[in-house]
Write a protein that binds this ligand. Structure first.
Ligand code: PLP
Length: 395
């Protein structure tokens, strides 16, 4: 098989699995236990906290383990909203955030908060001018993603941080897709809160972290025991956290090598596909962009059909355009960048991983071009307009 859906999830790295393994059946003690067996688990958690902190230039006490990106995003927004509501109830975000942010904003709106959803340009970038104009005396939080999960656009995070500081507003960024693909320095970028998720970088599923800058007040998210400095109760997912730490360590170790390899594959795919299918449109690549994402729109086909044909050959990609259940609905990201419906329906997302090879890229291009041209011929012969039947994947 050829797996090209790493923005959805990744395989656990063999070294990560090996590192996690003893924590299921041998070193299974509760880190809160007073005996040495438990203390060993606690020490392990501390080591991971240090590794994660170092990877974003933070301090270990500023890292909180969560069950993944969704929880980190929910906690950041709700935690700040609760603590800051006396000061103000206005939040600024972008219109292309992941649903973990957008639906948390909707939740807060129902509880009396006001949210501004900044528009983006055709490449998926917000305008800093729009952002500054949106700031009001009661703005308490700016939450703008580091990089978009559908079209790969990297936002001007450093400039957003600078603006937020200038206006004394807390700045959160969802870095689930960017972590270990982009260099992140929370101090230099003036980021107050940052979310990341293990399964996007060869760690296990169901574990992630939230960075909270020292001095930022955030309400507790889960109530119960004293874990995570009484902010997030519940016995820690020790094997998961160990895996998270190992995956981060490997990602840091291999950063440059992976980055160059991913860029080379991305460049090859872009050049070859646009050369062989000239009416195919590349999305977001004109802006600062992730090294592993390629979003392509084919005006003459239905992405669901192309995905299904590739699926039959065990080649896995995802739709850039998606809908919820059976209801036809174009992805909010493609809508926000102003893409016409027909084009959005023919949009695919290819997301690469370090373990992909150039040989896979060559084979993939051949199959993609062949199948896309078959679909073009089919729709021309039958003069049918492409229609959407893509499942929402929200990934
Ligand atoms: N934020 C972004 C940008 C994502 O791409 C995802 C997952 O696809 C999430 C948040 C949610 O992360 P998790 O799957 O760990 O809950």
């Amino acid at each position: 098989m050829i797996y090209l859906d790493h923005a959805a999830t990744t395989a656990v790295h063999p070294e990560v699995f090996q590192e996690m393994y003893p924590f299921f059946m041998q070193m299974y003690a509760n880190p809160s236990a007073a005996y040495e067996f438990g203390r060993d688990a606690k020490i392990m958690l501390q080591c991971v906290r240090e590794t994660i902190a170092e990877s974003i230039h933070a301090r270990p006490e500023e890292i909180y383990f969560t069950s993944g990106g969704t929880e980190a995003d929910n906690w950041a927004l709700i935690g700040i909203a609760e603590v800051m509501k006396a000061k103000g109830k206005h939040i600024i975000t972008s219109s292309i955030e992941h649903h973990a942010i957008l639906r948390t904003c909707h939740y807060l709106e129902k509880r009396g908060f006001l949210v501004t959803y900044l528009p983006v340009n055709e490449n998926g970038e917000i305008s800093l001018e729009d952002l500054e104009k949106a700031i009001r005396p009661d703005t308490i939080l700016i939450s703008i993603m580091f990089a978009n999960n559908e079209i790969g656009t990297v936002m001007p995070v450093k400039q957003i941080g600078k603006l937020a500081k200038k206006h004394h507003i807390i700045f959160h960024t969802d870095a689930v897709q960017a972590y270990l693909h982009e260099k992140i320095d929370v101090k230099e970028m003036q980021i107050d809160l940052l979310s990341a998720s293990g399964h996007k970088f060869q760690g296990p599923k169901g574990v992630g972290f939230l960075y909270v800058r020292d001095g930022i007040r955030l309400s507790s998210f889960l109530h119960g025991g004293s874990q995570e400095r009484k902010k997030r109760a519940g016995t820690e997912n020790v094997p998961g956290i160990v895996g998270l730490g190992k995956a981060a360590a490997i990602g840091i170790r291999d950063f440059e090598k992976n980055h160059l390899h991913l860029l080379a594959m991305q460049k090859y795919l872009t050049e070859q596909i646009t050369k062989q299918i000239p009416d195919c449109k590349v999305n977001g690549l004109a802006a600062k962009h992730l090294d592993n994402n390629l979003s392509l729109s084919f005006p003459f086909l239905e992405a669901a059909s192309l995905i299904a044909l590739l699926d039959m050959e065990q080649i896995y990609i995802s739709a850039g355009s998606a809908c919820n259940s059976s209801e036809t609905k174009i992805s909010h990201v493609l809508q926000a960048i102003g893409m016409p419906k027909e084009m959005a329906r023919g949009t695919i997302r290819i997301s690469l991983g370090a373990e992909n090879t150039m040989e896979e890229m060559k084979y993939f291009v051949k199959r993609l071009v062949f199948l896309a041209e078959q679909l073009r011929m089919f729709s021309e012969e039958n003069s049918i307009a492409p229609k959407t039947s893509v499942r929402q994947r929200d990934l």
